[in-house]
Ligand binder design. Structure first.
Ligand code: ADP
Ligand code: MG
Length: 159
């Protein structure tokens, strides 16, 4: 078992920090986060191209009981829905091409927050003002080689 699967490298008010050394370790981290999520939760993924955001979504999908192989970056559609019998639905948004957060309002993003699933948003920093205040933020930092520093925190505790 690797360090990242065991416990965070550090924990503080500002969240937990993990180091992963492969895509599989990043998926494993997301798999462990998944059961702590509740319908209506919104997860913002922040990090450069190739940082591991879609890889993380694959782990989330698996952790929610969905087939991770269905997860890819939604290139032409803004929002992809994954739903299967007995699993928590996952709404996967890629805001890469979004220039104005209002574009997401137009496609009904906010309605997803009321639905019985978890919403995960790649390039989530672009839509921060349009998501619930207690959204979970996952920040990816690319280190050398396949290493990534991943910080997870809830932006504001639910009241
Ligand atoms: P993004 O969605 O952020 O653009 P992807 O998840 O599509 O990134 O791609 C990340 C790429 O980096 C994949 O090819 C993956 O295999 C590779 N990779 C290497 N190391 C890691 C790691 N520690 N965590 C996540 N992905 C990694
Ligand atoms: Mg991606």
């Amino acid at each position: 078992m690797t360090t990242s699967e065991r416990s965070p490298q550090s924990e503080s008010e500002s969240g937990s920090e993990f180091l992963t050394a492969s895509a599989e370790e990043t998926r494993a981290l997301a798999r462990r986060l998944a059961p702590t999520l509740r319908p209506g939760d919104v997860v913002l993924l922040v990090g450069e191209l190739g940082a591991g955001k879609t890889t993380f979504v694959q782990g989330l999908a698996e952790g929610l009981g969905l087939d991770p192989q269905r997860v890819s970056s939604p290139t032409f559609v803004l929002i992809q829905e994954y739903a299967e019998e007995g699993a928590v639905p996952l709404y996967h948004v890629d805001a890469y091409r979004v220039r104005d957060p209002r574009e997401l309002v137009e496609v009904g993003l906010e309605e997803y927050f009321e639905r019985p699933g978890v919403t995960v948003i790649e390039w989530g920093d672009k839509v921060r003002e349009r998501v619930p205040p207690d959204a979970i933020e996952v920040r990816f930092e690319v280190l050398e080689g396949d290493r990534r520093r991943i910080r997870i925190r809830r932006l504001q505790r639910p009241t």
